[in-house]
Design a protein around this ligand. Structure first.
Ligand SMILES: Cc1ncc(COP(=O)(O)O)c(C=O)c1O
Length: 358
C-alpha cells in the first residue's frame, strides 16, 4: 500500500499530522468551542428559502466579490466600516491563509505568542511561511514590553494576536495591540473569533482600524452566530488589504449557497446572537465553580474556559471522556479547555469533574 512517505510530498510536510480535534460520538461535546444551541426554527426556514432561491442559478458561478454579503457584514460590524473594508471566505481559517499567502510565504516569517490558536502555525506551514513561536508570561499574559521586544527581535512580516485568546480565553489589553502596531514592520492580524463573548467593557481592535492600514481584524460566524457548519469567516481592514487578498483568493471561492445562507443568518442576527448571554452565564458559572473547587482558571472573555487539573492532563481528559464529557487537551501540561454550552452541559461537566477529583 502506498503511504504518504512514498509520495514526492514537500520535505517540510513529511512527518506532520493534520489539524484535528477528535470528532467523537459523545453525549456532551465541549471540545471545539462551537455554539451548543441548534439553529432556531425561524432561521432554519429563512436559510432554507434563501438557499432554495439560488438553486436554479447554480449553473452560473456566484458573485466572485460577494458584494451583498460583505455589505451585510460591514453593517453588522458598524464602526463606520463599508463593503470595501470587509472580505469574506470559508471560515476565518481561509481568511488567515489568504493573508499569509498575500503578506508572508516563502522567505518571510510570522510571529505568534504561544499558547494561542494552533492553526496559526499550521497555516504558516501550509503557505511556506517561517513560524516564530513567541512567548507569553507564566500566567499566559502578554505585556506591552514582552510583545514589543519580541516583535523588535524577530522583524516578522505578519504578527498574529488573538483576542480573546484561544486556548486561554482572555482578551488582550488594547495597549498591546497599539504597541505592536507601532513597532511591527509588517501586517498585524488580530484574530477576534470570540469577540461577541467578551465581558462588558472589552475593547475591539476594530476601533484601531482608522489610521492603521497594516491592521487586520478577523472574525467568524462559527462561534457566537452558531454557524460553524456554514463556514463563514471575514476580515475588516483598510480597503487596500482587501485588494491584496483578492490577488490570492481562488476565483468563486465562496459558493452561492454559502453566501445566501450567511446573508439569511445575518438578517436574523438578533435571534442567533440571543444565545450569547446564556453562554456567557455558563462560562462564568464554570469559572466560578472550578475556582471554588481549587482549580486554577484563566479569566475568560470567550465561550470556553482553560482550567488546571492535577497530574497528567491526558489522563484527566480520558477520565472526563469516560464520564461522557468531551473536552480539549490542547497540549498544555496540567491544563484542559472546555467549551461553555447549555446549563445541562455545564451540569454534566461539573459532575464529571467530581469523578475526576476522586
Ligand atoms: C481563535 C480562532 N480563530 C479562528 C478559528 C477558526 O474559525 P473558522 O475557520 O470556523 O471561522 C477558531 C476556531 O476554533 C479559533 O479558535
Amino acid at each position: 500500500m502506498t503511504t504518504l512517505d512514498d509520495l514526492p510530498i514537500r520535505d517540510d510536510l513529511r512527518g506532520r499530522s493534520p489539524y484535528g480535534a477528535p470528532q467523537l460520538d459523545v453525549a456532551v461535546r465541549l471540545n471545539t468551542n462551537e455554539n451548543s444551541y441548534p439553529v432556531p426554527d425561524a432561521v432554519v426556514d429563512a436559510i432554507g428559502k434563501a438557499v432554495a432561491a439560488e438553486l436554479r442559478d447554480l449553473n452560473r458561478y456566484p458573485d466572485r466579490d460577494a458584494l451583498a454579503l460583505r455589505a451585510d457584514l460591514a453593517d453588522y460590524l458598524g464602526h463606520g466600516l463599508t463593503t470595501g473594508h470587509v472580505w469574506a471566505a470559508n471560515g476565518s481559517n481561509e481568511i488567515q491563509q489568504q493573508l499569509l499567502q498575500a503578506f508572508a510565504g516563502p522567505g518571510r516569517v510570522a510571529l505568534g505568542f504561544t499558547p494561542a490558536y494552533s492553526m496559526h502555525p499550521l497555516l504558516a506551514l501550509g503557505t511556506g511561511t517561517g513560524w516564530i513561536a513567541g512567548r507569553r508570561g507564566a500566567d499566559f499574559g502578554l505585556t506591552v514590553d514582552d510583545a514589543v521586544s519580541q516583535v523588535r527581535a524577530h522583524h516578522p512580516d505578519v504578527v498574529f494576536l488573538c483576542s480573546p485568546n484561544n486556548p486561554t480565553g482572555t482578551a488582550l489589553d488594547p495597549a498591546v495591540i497599539g504597541a505592536v502596531l507601532d513597532v511591527a514592520p509588517g501586517m498585524v492580524v488580530v484574530d477576534e473569533a470570540y469577540a461577541e463573548f467578551a465581558r462588558a467593557g472589552t475593547r475591539t481592535a476594530l476601533e484601531l482600524l482608522p489610521g492603521h492600514p497594516r491592521l487586520v481584524v478577523t472574525r467568524t460566524m462559527s462561534k457566537a452566530f452558531g454557524f460553524a457548519g456554514g463556514r463563514l469567516g471575514y476580515l475588516a481592514a483598510d480597503p487596500a488589504v482587501v485588494d491584496a487578498v483578492q490577488l490570492v483568493r481562488l476565483p468563486y471561492h465562496l459558493s452561492a449557497l454559502t453566501q445566501a445562507a450567511a446573508r439569511a443568518a445575518l438578517a436574523h442576527r438578533d435571534v442567533l446572537l440571543a444565545t450569547v448571554a446564556a453562554i456567557r452565564e455558563q462560562r462564568d458559572r464554570i469559572v466560578t465553580e472550578l475556582r471554588r473547587r481549587g482549580h486554577r482558571v484563566a479569566d475568560s472573555d470567550a465561550n470556553f474556559v482553560l482550567f488546571s487539573v492535577d497530574g497528567d492532563q491526558a489522563v484527566a481528559w480520558q477520565a472526563l471522556l469516560d464520564a461522557g464529557v468531551l473536552v480539549r487537551d490542547v497540549g498544555l501540561p496540567g491544563w484542559l479547555r472546555v467549551t461553555a454550552g447549555t446549563p445541562a452541559e455545564t451540569d454534566a461537566l461539573l459532575s464529571a469533574m467530581e469523578v475526576l477529583s476522586r
